[in-house]
Design a protein. Sequence first.
Lengths: 142, 494
Amino acid sequence: MVRVIARLLPGPSLMFAAGLIAKGYAEVGDGFAAGVIVALAVALAYVALGAAGAEAALPALRHAPKAAVGGLLLALASGFFPLLLGDPPVTHRPGPGEHVTTIGTLELFTPLLFDLGVFLLVIGVLTVLLHHLARSREEAAR
Amino acid sequence: MTAHLPALQVLVPLGCAPLCLLLRRFRTVTWLVFLLAALSSLACAVLLATRVDDGPLHYEMGGWPAPYGIEFVVAGFNTPVLLVVSVVAVVAAVYARRSVGDEVDDRRAPLVYTCLCLTLTGLLGLTVTGDVFNAFVFLEISSLSTYALIAMGRRRRALLASFRYLVIGTVGATFVLIGIGFAYAVTGTLNMADLADRLTDLDGNRALYAAVVFVFVGLAVKMAVFPLHAWLPAAYGEAPSAVSTFLAAASTKVAIYVFCRFAFTVFGAGLVFTTMPVGEVGLLLAALAMLVGSAAACFQRDLKYLLAWSSVAQIGYIVAGISLATAAGVSAGYLHVINHAVIKGALFGAAGLLVLRLGSARLDDLAGLGRRMPWTFAAIVVTGLGLVGVPPTAGFASKWALVSALLDAGAWPVLVAVLASSLLALVYVGRIVEAAWFRDPPADLPADQPRAPVSMVAAVWALVLLSVYFGIDASLPGGLADAAAAALLGTGGA
């Protein structure tokens, strides 16, 4: 039962995380919380299936280090780019009061990139940690 | 760009940290990145220091206005701290290349530079921030990276030292967080200036008293004030030498600055020193720290541990000055922050040179080395005299300022403790001199040992010469310290 849920849970958790990021600017939620929620689903997979099993069921987990580095660079880039334009760091574009393109309630502006970066970073780092913890347990058991 | 100096001061080292991690295959490049981070923070600090004469600089992160957004404040009270931290960081960076290469294995060296970048970020951020919760975040950034740095020491005991500091330090940080939580609960704001404004209407509020106690007890752990100093000797003794040089000179000093910032510009001197007995408690603990720290230093067998215990006593001098809450006292405290950072940085650097040559810094192993390593031991003696407070060293200048401030305030018992501690300092510095010059070298000492690397010796001597200069001409540190005391005591809020 737990194994079945562990295999299925990452899908809905990603949906929920996407919702948290989308509504994060008007209500509760942000990239960090979204990342933690997905990482919890990943953690369940590691607990139920073990490192090898989890990574066989969810091959995307093998790319966790890339996600962490990419997320970090994305967050830093979206934080620092205003300096090149002469604005203070972490200023957002379009600025306050300006028109923002939206898809439904999702607002497309630079803080979204920052949150996506944080989201990837949190998932990436926690998955790498889980990978090493699970591996060392399995090696000790052997 | 220059308008963003307060942000760049913190963000450049922060951006360099992941860069070090990404470039970890190229060990020399990671070192260069850290050196660059240190140099850029020094440049920012110098530029900022020249600008605060016209009044404090307020910088709003991301353009959000102050009580809602996070505000960085640069004023007379934190420029000396910014300068001390960045100068020490540059010296530690020059020193680290050979020292880290020798003491830490190649695979981990890039991690040392990553953590050093993060520690630098945390310390600088803690100094410039004008927001109490942001201060907690930077406190944690600097603390967590410090735990990792200490754990990378060359002996297994470093792990124990790091774990002990981790436990004690986390308890301290939690105390600070709880205190900040109380302050937020009674005022509904996290901006320091805004907090100071709203607290004036809250006379006799119990939650506010609890906030003051929690914040100060938590900071006392980070400052290593006497009964909460237990983590310090092992942490500085076991950390890699470049790391102990940086931490001993910079990290407790920043905690002391944060204490001043909270005491004078957030809670207010009236509440902290008149309504509550923080000043009396501070003086008592400072006197005990001087006696216990200096006495314990006399019985150490390892030079790094000896220096660390002496730090406990020296922190006592600084706390004594600040606890007086007079302009002269606070100025003396700041002066000693500057002078002690320079002196202790040089001493830990010299101890690192001994570790490089001998593999340890035990006093027994130093027998008869005075003639073989004249430059290293000359550095130890010159700065050691500064610890004792012999004129015309930098230590004398700040101790003189402290003694006259204590005399003005009539704090006789503390004065006795200062004198006793100075005599004890003479004893522990004397032990080093005795071992190095008056004992016979062991017969089996190999004659052709490698010479100390020029970069490390140069870094140590830069600090030694700085300490001598501050002893002869105290106008630069004295001016900074007086400006800091005036900024803290003058307006109340910033």
